[in-house]
Design a protein around this ligand. Sequence first.
Ligand SMILES: NC(=O)c1ccc[n+]([C@@H]2O[C@H](COP(=O)([O-])OP(=O)(O)OC[C@H]3O[C@@H](n4cnc5c(N)ncnc54)[C@H](OP(=O)(O)O)[C@@H]3O)[C@@H](O)[C@H]2O)c1
Length: 237
Amino acid sequence: MQNSRVAVVTGASRGIGKAIAEKLAANGFDLLLVSRNEFKLYQALEEMLLKYPGVAIKARAFDLSDAAATKACGDWILSNTSAPAVMINNAGTFLPGDIYKQEEGVLESQLATNLYSAYHLTRALLPAMTAQKSGHIFNICSIASLRAYPNGGAYSISKFALYGFSQNLREEMKPHGIKVTAVLPGAVLTDSWAGFDNSQGRIMEAADIANMVYAATQLSPQACVEDIIIRPQLGDL
Ligand SMILES: NC(=O)c1ccc[n+]([C@@H]2O[C@H](COP(=O)([O-])OP(=O)(O)OC[C@H]3O[C@@H](n4cnc5c(N)ncnc54)[C@H](OP(=O)(O)O)[C@@H]3O)[C@@H](O)[C@H]2O)c1
C-alpha cells in the first residue's frame, strides 16, 4: 500500500467508522479496517471492495479493549504500510447509565474500549508516523466529552478522557508534522441509537461526520482542524 494514501479506521464494520471508511475510499485512500466482530467486518470489507474497486482495502478483527490485541493490531498495520497517512480512532461502545447505579466494572470496560484502544494503538503507530513527519490522527470523541448530562456516567467519563488524550497529543505532535483532530458529534443514527424513530430527521447521519472528517484531511500541511463539533440542527436530545 502507498503510504501517502493509507487510512486506518477502527470500528469500521458499521456506523460512523464505516461511513468514514467509505468516504475515504471514494476519494482514493487505501484502507486498513479494524473492528472486533470478524463476520461483520468481512461483510463491510466485501461491500467496499465491490463499491471501490480502484483502492486497496484489507481488514482484520482485533478486540481493541485488550492491550495485547491492540499491540498486535499495530503490528498488522505496520506490516501493510510503513506509516499510515490517516488514522481514525473510532472504535467505541455506548453504555449509558448513572455513576451511582452503574454495575461494578462498567467504567473499566468503557475506558478500555473508548480510551485505551485509541491510546495504545496510537502509541504503536507513532514511532513510524513521527519518522515520516506527516500524518493525521482523528479521535472520535463526543459532545459527551464537553459537558456532563444525566445518564452519561462511565461513557461520558471515557469520552472526556479521550478528548484530553486528543488535546495532549495535539500539543505533542505540533513539531512532528502530525495533525490531531478531535471529532465531537452529537447524536448520529447508528446502532448506538437502534430503535430511535428518525423519520423526522431529528438526529444526524453517519455521512455527516464522514464528510467533515474528509474535509479536514484536505487542508494544506500548515493548517490543522483541532476540533470538529457537530450537532443535530435542532440541538442535542
Ligand atoms: N452514534 C452516536 O450518536 C455517537 C455520537 C458521538 C460519538 N459517537 C462515537 O462514535 C464512535 C462510533 O460510534 P457508532 O455510533 O458508529 O457505533 P456503532 O455503530 O455501535 O459501531 C461501533 C464500532 O466500534 C467497534 N468496536 C466496538 N468495540 C470494539 C472493540 N473492543 N474492539 C474493536 N472494535 C470495537 C464495533 O465493532 P463490531 O461491529 O465488531 O462490534 C463497530 O465497528 C464511538 O466511539 C462512539 O462513542 C457516536
